[in-house]
Design a protein around this ligand. Structure first.
Ligand code: ATP
Ligand code: MG
Length: 398
């Protein structure tokens, strides 16, 4: 079951050894055990990185030293990447990055991982699972548990606070470990020491999950947003929950931008400040700006929003900023229509007798504006508007 791809078998064979490994580790084992599709397969090996590179190259596999200080080599086979990390132990941390030493002890490698459910290993040949901290029973019980003392593990790397909530949103369905929550709340000041990019990456991964509502609620209750998102809107979790309910009710996929906007006031300046602070990608920043600055959606303007900013933006704007009957009407109007298309070109106006020149672009824009205000009639009416305008322009220039 572990060799769904031939490329993985090639990598594993290259690292095969009588004394140990390689083993599949982390997310791939965890997700396979609960029947979730695996996209990334990470491997762990007792071989030091230079030996890993040698072995891969002998097997004619491309080896890229992607994180040699941390013991990580990436094997590239048939366009797939496999991260291969040498077993290690953390020797020192500053709350952001660990200094590591290589190890040949699997349990030691497991003990520096964050949560019990993330410290599972599998022998790719036999399928045997190695579980040093009861990760399988936590996975079955829906408990996200730190390996070792939560306070200490958080002090080693404060990003683990955000990871805790992300994994809780994905795998948590049982009792919540109140000690872990308290440790997160206590360590929250440490988030200010992390880079904004790492925080933003965790936040966007969390918000992209299929149901982050409970995790977000717990984060709010424990003051987790305060260091990096002081703009957090009142009752943000309720807004997020409502957005999810609407997504289900309207069979509509909502974007990451919409999810993020449930956390923020509807204020373009504030939203852009947050996007800049978190160094969000230009694309995400643009999408946020487009959504937050739409006019109040209504049945009258919703198609105009779709025309000007795209169907996804219009859907999100309605879901975020319309309610009740207005929301229903907006969705109905969007659902039965595609984005309106303005079909005229400058050439059409010239064919109607307008002399070529800058006047053409301006006239076309005027026609487009009338067409929008008439609620996007079809091409025949577009031509009609154009003919009238050209007639007026020509008679005025006589
Ligand atoms: P995902 O499906 O989200 O990628 P994953 O378990 O693969 O889940 P990654 O962030 O890709 O998570 O990390 C891979 C593994 O590395 C984790 O399963 C965990 O064992 C370990 N790990 C990653 N980040 C940390 C950290 N900050 N502290 C301790 N262990 C970590
Ligand atoms: Mg991963």
């Amino acid at each position: 079951a572990w060799f769904r791809a031939d490329s993985l078998r090639r990598v594993v064979d290259a690292l095969r050894d009588d004394v140990g490994g390689p083993r599949i580790v982390g997310g791939a084992v965890r997700d396979t055990l609960i029947g979730v599709d695996v996209t990334d397969v990470d491997l762990a090996t007792p071989f030091i990185p230079t030996a890993v590179i040698d072995r891969l190259e002998s097997a004619r596999i491309k080896a890229v030293p992607t994180g040699i200080d941390h013991g990580t080599v990436t094997a590239v086979v048939d366009g797939r990447n496999y991260e291969i990390t040498t077993l290690r132990r953390d020797v020192a941390t500053d709350g952001r990055r660990a200094t590591v030493a290589f190890s040949t002890d699997w349990r030691e490698d497991a003990s520096r991982r964050d949560f019990t459910i993330n410290a599972l290993y599998a022998d790719p040949y036999s399928g045997e699972v190695f579980d040093y901290f009861d990760g399988q029973s936590d996975l079955a019980a829906g408990t996200v548990r730190f390996i070792g003392d939560a306070d200490q593990r958080i002090a080693e790397d404060f990003l683990r606070i955000l990871r805790y909530f992300r994994f809780l949103a994905r795998f948590g369905h049982g009792a919540i470990d109140t000690r872990a929550l308290r440790a997160c709340a206590k360590g929250v000041h440490g988030l200010t020491a992390l880079s904004r990019e790492r925080i933003a990456q965790e936040l966007t991964r969390l918000m992209a999950l299929s149901n982050p509502v409970l995790a977000v609620e717990l984060m709010i209750d424990n003051g987790i947003f305060a260091p990096f998102l002081p703009e957090l809107k009142d009752r943000a979790a309720a807004h997020l929950e409502q957005l999810y309910a609407r997504e289900v009710a309207h069979h509509q996929k909502i974007s990451l931008s919409a999810r993020l906007l449930t956390l923020l006031p509807r204020d373009a300046i504030v939203v852009d400040r947050v996007a800049a602070r978190l160094k969000l990608s230009n694309k995400l920043r643009d999408n946020l700006a487009k959504r937050v600055s739409t006019p109040d959606p209504s049945v009258r303007n919703i198609r105009e929003i779709a025309y000007r900013s795209g169907m996804d933006c219009a859907t999100d704007a309605a879901m975020l900023y319309a309610d009740g009957e207005i929301l229903r009407d907006c969705m109905a109007k969007l659902g039965t229509n595609s984005v309106p298309e303005f079909e005229l070109k400058g050439g059409d106006l010239i064919a109607l007798g307008l002399p070529a020149g800058t006047v053409v672009g301006k006239a076309l824009h005027t026609v487009e504006t009338s067409w929008i205000s008439e609620d996007f009639p079809p091409r025949a009416r577009q031509m009609e508007i154009a003919r009238q305008l050209v007639g007026t322009l020509l008679s005025a220039s006589k």
